[in-house]
Design a protein around this ligand. Structure first.
Ligand code: 9UX
Length: 71
């Protein structure tokens, strides 16, 4: 299981955060995702054999936001 945090850009209201969460949660292999609007952070844990960080970034982008992986 991989656990990463991302900075999320473009969220303005609580619904934005929910949209990001739902979009990422749809991906197969996600174990847990949690988005904090105030800190603009997303914590995610997932099965690295099922998907990659790129897939997660793409899902956030498709939802209309931007995800930058914290190193
Ligand atoms: Mo809130 Mo976010 O009205 O795209 S859903 S700003």
């Amino acid at each position: 299981m991989i656990k990463d945090t991302y900075a999320i850009e473009g969220m303005t209201c609580a619904s934005c955060a929910q949209t990001v969460e739902k979009s990422v949660n749809k991906l197969k292999g996600i174990q847990d995702v949690s988005v904090n609007l105030a800190t603009e952070k997303m914590s995610v844990s997932y099965d690295g054999a099922a998907l990659s960080g790129n897939d997660i970034e793409q899902a956030v982008e498709d939802a209309g936001y931007k995800a930058l992986k914290n190193t």
